[in-house]
Design a protein around this ligand. Structure first.
Ligand code: DNO
Length: 385
């Protein structure tokens, strides 16, 4: 697989020159300065492409060309937004950038409750605590009927958390769940929002009456509309699985498991309709056998996120080592079945001063560099048969 790296543009503290030194071959990025729903002009696309190429690298993947909420819930302006999306795709196609990662998660992209969960060796990791998440949902968001979405054990854990909760603790949960993990991925809420919780409540309302089937129809509508452009420019669309892979906050999630993947592939059968195989997101659900899924969907995968989670009792999970045997097996499968695709490591540890650098959550430098080195070693060993 091609070794790529998610880079957040010319203002990223991690520069392209640094990335060349550590063996990165391709860049994963987006035009983060263009608001969701607006057209990425050919001029802007070319500007980014040239910048990357001037540094001796290539723009391998767009992550993400964001799908506006209105396309997801079928708002009145969805056709116009789809037209804009098609125009952005055409411009990317003309520039030769042909792998596009996106997601179809309503309102909230990936979710974590802790961004610096300490490991015994002094590093830290991302962590998802179901009890804290329930606390956010029930006591901060105060979502109507939220209690019924959690089992008794989770509610009991939540009560214990509540007993020790402080205003700072609440603030931290809001920041971690809907601000710090979202803004930089072109999410709905940014660090500049003064009242993120109210804004979030408004966004949730957009999905009143939208269940999983409706969301699936809307995804198929979107994909059918853009496929002719993808065929014309040979663009591979690759949807990112839902993270975590389960419904949350009363919102449907439709890329969570084997059956879901089968369903969106079958709904729009075209080789340009494919998957971002995020081993991390899929492995965050105890129902998924990530190795089995890699075997099954390697041919439909256009891009791989190489990281893995360890599920814990009660719905908790944490990121595990990039040398987890399951991840080595996933790498082996892609190296055998689809070796030409780009891959990037993801959600690595904070280590060796990363924590002081203010990197985007999950996108440390030293942690990712170590992880990339580890996966590079795995790939080299596999190739040296
Ligand atoms: C989180 C990322 C996701 C991903 C989007 C793709 O770290 O993997 O935010 O970029 O879901 O659209």
């Amino acid at each position: 697989m091609e070794k790529t790296w998610r880079w957040f543009g010319p203002n990223d503290k991690i520069t392209l020159d640094m990335l060349r030194q550590i063996g990165v071959e391709g860049i994963v990025t987006a035009l983060h300065h263009i608001p969701n729903g607006e057209i990425w002009t050919l001029e802007e696309v070319e500007k980014m492409k040239t910048y990357i190429e001037d540094h001796g690298l290539r723009w391998s993947v767009v992550e993400s060309l964001p799908v506006s909420e209105s396309i997801k819930y079928a708002g009145p302006d969805r056709d116009q937004l789809i037209e804009n999306y098609k125009e952005s795709l055409r411009n990317l196609g003309k520039a030769g950038v042909r792998t596009i990662c996106y997601n179809f998660m309503p309102v909230l992209d990936w979710a974590r409750t802790t961004l610096d969960y300490p490991n015994p060796n002094g590093t830290s990791n991302l962590y998802f605590n179901m009890g804290e998440f329930a606390y956010f949902d029930i006591h901060i968001l105060k979502r109507e009927g939220a209690e019924k979405d959690y089992d008794e054990d989770t509610l009991k854990r939540m009560e214990e958390i509540k007993a020790g909760m402080t205003p700072e603790g609440e603030k931290r949960l809001v920041e971690n769940i809907i601000v710090k993990t979202q803004g930089f991925v072109n999410g709905n809420i940014s660090e500049a929002d003064l009242d993120p919780v109210s804004k979030f409540r408004e966004l949730l309302k957009l999905y009143d009456g939208i269940d999983a089937n409706r969301l699936r129809e809307n995804m198929a509508y979107f994909l059918n509309a853009i496929m002719p452009v993808c065929r014309e420019y040979d663009i591979n669309m690759c949807v990112h699985p839902d993270d975590p892979p389960r419904p949350i906050l009363g919102l449907p999630r439709i890329v969570t498991c084997d059956a879901d993947i089968r369903a969106f592939l079958d709904a729009v059968p075209d080789p340009h309709n494919g998957l971002t195989f995020c081993a991390g997101s899929l492995s965050a659900g105890a129902h998924n056998d990530v190795v089995e899924l890699a075997r099954k969907y390697a041919a439909n995968t256009h891009f791989a996120h190489i990281r893995i989670c360890k599920t814990l009792p009660g719905g908790d999970f944490k990121e595990s080592s990039h040398l987890d045997p399951r991840l080595i097996e996933v790498v082996r499968i892609f190296e055998e079945k689809n070796p030409g695709i780009p891959m990037r490591v993801d959600h690595a540890e904070l280590m060796l001063g990363d924590e002081k650098m203010g990197y985007n959550a999950g996108y440390s430098f030293h942690g990712r560099m170590l992880a990339l080195g580890q996966i590079d070693g795995v790939m080299a060993t596999l190739r040296n048969k």
